[in-house]
Design a protein around this ligand. Sequence first.
Ligand code: EPS
Length: 354
Amino acid sequence: MSHNTFGKNLRFTSFGESHGSTIGCVLDGFPPGLSISADEIKAELVRRATGRSRHTSQRKEQDDVQIVSGVFEGVTTGHPIALIIENTDARSKDYTEIARQIRPGHADFSYWKKYGVRDYRGGGRSSARETTMRVAAGALARKWLRLNHNIEVVAWLAQLGDIELAAGDLTRVDDSPFFTGEIDRVPELNAYMDALRKSGDSVGARINAKAVNVPAGLGEPVYGKLDAELALAMMSINATKGVEIGAGFDAVAQNGSVHRDEIIDGEFASNHAGGILAGVSTGQDITLSVAFKPTSSLRIPGKSIDLDGNAIEVVTKGRHDPCVGIRATPIVEAMMALVIMDHLMRHQAQLHSA
Ligand code: EPS
């Protein structure tokens, strides 16, 4: 059984493979009345796209999004919004050599075991290409949240390999392909990535994110907690290996007297909870952190097996990302926005009496 839909009141479904003709999504339950254009969606897609710098895959997709339904005269109608993008720069011959090989650390192994058949071209559904439609739908959610609730979602690169980065000036996050607020450290990041690319290896990354102006009360105890659904959304992004909410794993070594967020003069004095207590938003900033693993398509030979079980050494050629986390920032923002919007709509159904 596969599962390509998330959300309850705002339901997102994506389809399409990296080397198929088209990728797309359907966003159902989106409220009527939001003005939106293909250009506005594309502005978000450009942030995530490959080929934006020398540090990402050089596949050049235009990502020209077509709004197929759910928008009339530039305004959402309340009916399903279908978006599609044609794949125009897939180079499937790059995959001929590894068509019967399993890349260690890749979905190649688990998809083959699960489905018994796999679209080896570009990884099929397991490709980072799939995240395109999340960002497209996220563009609508972000605009709706901003206009209707003044909610902003922002993410940034917090760690690249062993290089830790502070939030810095978050207004500068879009000024470099790294999505860092520490703009002065871009030369250091460039040098690190240049050396990594030369070595043929890859590396992981950490993306931090926050949502501001989220009202108290979002989240549905006990199986639809806001933090649980944010974690699910983040873990569904390709290559994620960990999610922390608020203090996350630091909470393990904290005492309760430190971890609790005291309320002084009616204000929280800290935010170790990450803006969520018992699965329900508190009105503080929602904060989270996502770990991305190093990509597994490497030029460095790795021991593995072929589809007949023979021992082999795999070398991956082609146009791969040495750090997929570099362009994960817009994806994290999109997923956070979609989950929060869904929960705002769900909360409307349970507003308490005055
Ligand atoms: C990807 C491998 C590369 C990337 C792709 C993700 O694709 P290909 O091997 O077909 O050139 O370019 O990313 C995208 C196309 C995208 O839009 O994100 C992978 O193995 O995940």
